[in-house]
Design a protein around this ligand. Structure first.
Ligand code: ATP
Ligand code: MG
Length: 438
């Protein structure tokens, strides 16, 4: 988390500039009204931006050309002198949503059915991420919407106030706090042919802790990515104009490949021309976003952090269920299949075969009493195999006494779940067990 002192007005001005330009491209009217008392805030500005911008970009995305988007920011009374209560209202007169859609839109990967076959692209993650951030910050997000008429999102968010005794509102708060950005989770493939641009981007990225691999044209970059084991990179920065193979072509090669991250890895174009048609072309080639050169470090950092948030949710961990009872498999699968990739084995032998074929399985939830090889023998076998050192194991059993629990722990289980279990409990235990191996 990055806590920074920032001027809320300056941040909102930045938002206004970029969304104004985006709205103009779609021939929409974008208006912003700010009425706040405390300007000097302190907080996780990158994440707050990411949450609000997600909601704003939906307003533009789901409003046809000629429509109107209003962004109103007000400050409401606060009980605490060091916390400001801010309200962000985003209203559009776009396509709206029926009541059933409204119930689901905060779920990961949910998209209203009628969008999924239209030209409006998306992953269905924007709002779930926005809500997660807002929840985390103690805020509340709500909406009202009428199908065919439009939508209003209201976000009430408490933000700690900055120390106004210090000269806390620097001219350009974002740029003066560059050292606060933490990109240590970023593993970036930088495709750029120009030696000076290469050096500059490399330096900016490394300064924030990113791990960077440089490729000097599109062919080298796509080759590098296609031959990399899953997870080597979690983002690609792609110059557009390069010799041998340009950035658009390299992106198409990557997107149509069989690499496990072919579709999910964020690819961000970097080019000197940020005209509307360049942006369109890069999106069409399968890039996620577009940054104009020369790169502005704060913008580069924010864009990267924004996409890393999204991919963290997209790369699903694999979980193997071992059980001979169909009903139990169904309960467990329903509990977690939106967050994890679920694999199933009906007995111990089958489980070992599945493990052998999927070395990236992160966790196993296994029944204990099974025909053929039982759960105890299975756990022992897994724990004695070096390759599976980092797999979390949860025993799912009928009988729960202390003696059995002790025995299971002794042979290497991380936790237990007693049958019948509930979806929430499965998720919690699994999350906790996975944390032990991170
Ligand atoms: P992305 O992850 O790229 O943002 P997305 O926009 O489809 O994809 P969300 O932002 O999570 O995903 O939104 C989920 C769904 O909610 C959308 O697919 C759309 O159906 C609906 N939705 C969100 N905002 C609006 C809006 N302002 N007007 C109408 N529908 C909306
Ligand atoms: Mg969205």
């Amino acid at each position: 988390m990055i806590l920074v002192q920032f001027s809320l007005t300056s941040e909102l001005k930045r938002t206004e500039t970029s969304f104004h330009a985006l709205a103009e491209q779609k021939n929409q009217h974008f208006q912003m009204f700010v009425n706040i008392i405390h300007d000097n805030c302190c907080g996780d500005v990158a994440r707050i931006h990411s949450a609000l911008d997600n909601v704003l970009s939906n307003a533009l995305k789901y409003t046809p050309s000629g429509g109107k988007i209003i962004y109103r920011i007000t400050e409401t009374p606060s009980k605490h002198t060091n916390i400001g209560n801010y309200r962000f209202e985003i209203t559009d007169n776009g396509i709206g949503m029926d009541e059933d859609t409204q119930k689901h839109i905060f779920e990961p990967f949910y998209r209203a059915l009628k969008n999924s076959n239209s030209s409006v692209e998306g992953t269905g993650l924007g709002l779930s991420i926005a809500k997660a951030i807002i929840d985390l910050k103690g805020g509340v997000i709500s909406l009202t919407s009428v199908l065919g008429q439009g939508t209003t999102f209201v976000i009430d968010l408490p933000i700690p106030l900055g120390n106004s005794d210090t000269d806390a509102v620097p001219q350009n708060p974002t740029l003066s706090n560059l050292e606060d950005y933490d990109l240590s989770q970023a593993r970036i493939l930088l495709c750029e042919d120009h030696p000076i641009n290469q050096k500059v981007a490399y330096k900016i990225l490394c300064k924030a802790g990113a791990k960077v691999t440089v490729a000097s044209d599109g062919k080298a970059g796509s080759d590098f990515f296609l031959n990399s084991p899953i997870g080597t990179f979690n983002l690609i920065l792609m110059d557009v104009r390069m010799p041998i193979m340009d950035g658009y072509e390299a992106t198409r090669v990557i997107r149509s490949s069989k690499h496990p991250q072919a579709k999910s890895i964020p690819i961000i174009a970097m080019t000197a021309n940020a005209f509307a048609e360049d942006v369109q072309q890069s999106l069409k080639a399968g890039m996620n976003d577009h940054l104009a050169k020369p790169v502005v470090p704060a913008l580069l950092y924010r864009t990267i952090l924004h996409y890393l948030d999204k991919t963290a949710a997209i790369i699903k961990k694999k979980v193997l269920f071992v059980d001979d009872a169909e009903l139990n498999i169904a309960v467990l699968t329903t509990a977690i299949n939106s967050q994890y990739d679920v694999l199933v084995a009906r007995n111990g032998q089958e489980a070992l075969a599945v493990l052998d074929a999927n070395q990236d399985i992160a966790a196993i939830i296994t029944d204990i009493v099974m025909p053929d090889m039982d759960g105890i023998s299975l756990i022992k076998k897994i724990r004695s195999d070096e390759r599976y050192r980092n797999i979390a194991i949860i025993a799912n059993t009928q009988y729960g006494d202390a003696k059995q629990e002790e025995e299971l722990l002794a042979i290497g289980a991380d936790d237990f779940l007693y049958k019948p279990t509930t979806p929430q409990l499965v998720r919690n235990r699994l999350e906790a067990a996975l944390l032990r191996y991170q």
